[in-house]
Design a protein around this ligand. Sequence first.
Ligand SMILES: Nc1nc2c(ncn2[C@@H]2O[C@H](COP(=O)(O)OP(=O)(O)OP(=O)(O)O)[C@@H](O)[C@H]2O)c(=O)[nH]1
Ligand SMILES: [Zn+2]
Length: 299
Amino acid sequence: MSQQTQGRVIAAHGRHYTVELSDQTLLKCYPRGKKNEAAVGDYVEITRQGQEEGALESIQPRKNLLFRSDESRSKQFAANVDQLLIVIAVEPAFSDDLLGRALAGAWSADITPIILLNKVDLTEGLPAAQLKLAPFRKLGVQVLELCARDIESVNEVLLPILKGKTSLLLGQSAMGKSTLLNTLVPLALAATQTHSVALGAGKHTTTSTRLYHLPDQGGDLIDSPGFQGFGLLHLSREEIERGFPEFAEHVAQCRFYNCTHQHEPACGVLAALERRDIDAARHALYVRLLDAKTAHESY
Ligand SMILES: Nc1nc2c(ncn2[C@@H]2O[C@H](COP(=O)(O)OP(=O)(O)OP(=O)(O)O)[C@@H](O)[C@H]2O)c(=O)[nH]1
Ligand SMILES: [Zn+2]
């Protein structure tokens, strides 16, 4: 006998998904048909098939979907995300370009980005890292400083931010994302391994995206594998522009309604750039994103 019910995708494993029902039962679900490309965080309709399996019938409308795409492939990070936590560290050096792209990706999808500066116990390098982050603070991005290994620091800085929200955690390799996750959800990690064995899905690895419930109703945290690139080829020109919210007040001054803010006369954005009201590195990133898109489309 089959029975239709709702759940949330908490892990994606290529061909199948782990779906959690409201009573916390975990089911291994296969999509029915090819169109059901669910992402972690999606709310879905499923038909139960026995104790441990189900068919994924449909995906409920999403609040948002964070996505990345480059020439060779595209990848869904997660759906229905409230905030993007970008983990960087005092050491090793983080990529400005990648950080800028992550911010643009978040803003274009209406997701609030927050920067987590980890390893602040490495005090020697701290001032340089803070200086590098100054332009991002100026944009109004919240920057939280913490020490991922220190449970008190993590609890004090992060728990209030995470409560009641779905947060997506991203970070380049070696920034301390695994350490942070282990500090936040040691119990969830242990539990996941047990469930994985039960579901025959293999043990926990950081190669797949997963959603964890924080203890004491503290919110949900989605862990995504380390990201080396953050292509934004899927964004339209208008969406790329939304990734640069500091342009908005100046766009109103552009002579042409479809101004691309690259070489047009009487462009409000270029005028602001000239006056240094817009950061040159930010405008350069905007141009790189547009150029990559143009090259991709004419390919
Ligand atoms: N000093 C210091 N080191 C830290 C802190 N957090 C993590 N580390 C160290 O930084 C290194 C990288 O941490 P991981 O948690 O493995 O980094 P990751 O971002 O998950 O990296 P990948 O596993 O490559 O994706 C490890 O040697 C950690 O011990 C911190 O708060 N302070
Ligand atoms: Zn313009």
